[in-house]
Ligand binder design. Sequence first.
Ligand SMILES: C[S@@+](CC[C@H](N)C(=O)[O-])C[C@H]1O[C@@H](n2cnc3c(N)ncnc32)[C@H](O)[C@@H]1O
Length: 311
Amino acid sequence: MFIHQPVLLGPVMDLLRGRGEQIVFIDATLGEGGHAEAFLAEDPRLILFGVERDRQILERASRRLDRFGSRVRLFRMSFLDFFRSASELVVGSPQRIFFDLGVSMFHYQVSGRGFSFRRAEPLDMRLDNEKGFSAEQLIAASSREELRDMIRDYGEERYASAISAAIVAERSKAPIRDSQALARIIGNAVPPSYRHGRIHPATRTFQALRIAVNGELELLSATLPLAFESLAVGGRMGVISFHSLEDRIVKRFYQERNKSCTCPPDSPICQCGGRRRARILTRKPVMAEEAEVRGNPASRSARFRVLEKIA
Ligand SMILES: C[S@@+](CC[C@H](N)C(=O)[O-])C[C@H]1O[C@@H](n2cnc3c(N)ncnc32)[C@H](O)[C@@H]1O
């Protein structure tokens, strides 16, 4: 049974629907293949390259998309590694590139890797749990200042200082191994008004740990330029982000490609050739309508931006 509802499906299809002979579509964050399935079912000319970092979820997507046969090619790797080798992995230039960032409902509800603070699960949080450091290792090895900066910068958490102090005090008594224990420590570190606020008090800290463990912002910043280079002229790139840190990276990248001159502001003459490379198709990000948010609360924070390559 598939549990992840693809967000903003209507606008994503409207803005990324292909035209022309054969559409090469790269879904750089395949997840459970919800968006991918909709595109494949709608357009029999579409060839899908699906990239996914998480082995377990890729297996689910693979079963789901099996009926499309050779129109689907799957890659288990990070999207950065994929776009580093795109010229070898993809025949021709893709007309559509799509990112639906972050994690899937599968990670919260099924993976058992500590993404959710509602159950006691080992604090792993890696999307590719064969590489890198787990959240437990990160918590154990970071100084109080490092934890504070991480929780403040990646979680935009105003109580980062109190939370990091509480984590350091608790870990000196016993290692913090599970997600519920961490959530309890966070809950006890923040003021009661925050504890009973709109979002669970651990939400922002868990977001920060997940971003840090998976290097999410660095990967996104490094990947967008490579993805743009691989895109065909006339092709489109669409990104759904779920928090302001990601959205800012996407927005700045789009603005940069939308400008005619990209020389530093203090450069006396234009040296870049002054050629505009792209136009932004979404002046404001597309967001979910009320009905979608009611049916799928995860869509509340989704922001979708689309760029068209013109040169
Ligand atoms: C929001 S889900 C995508 C859901 C998908 N659009 C659907 O409808 O089923 C994001 C997916 O991207 C994957 N992911 C996150 N960062 C990645 C990266 N750097 N490279 C490849 N996959 C990544 C996650 O494992 C997750 O499965």
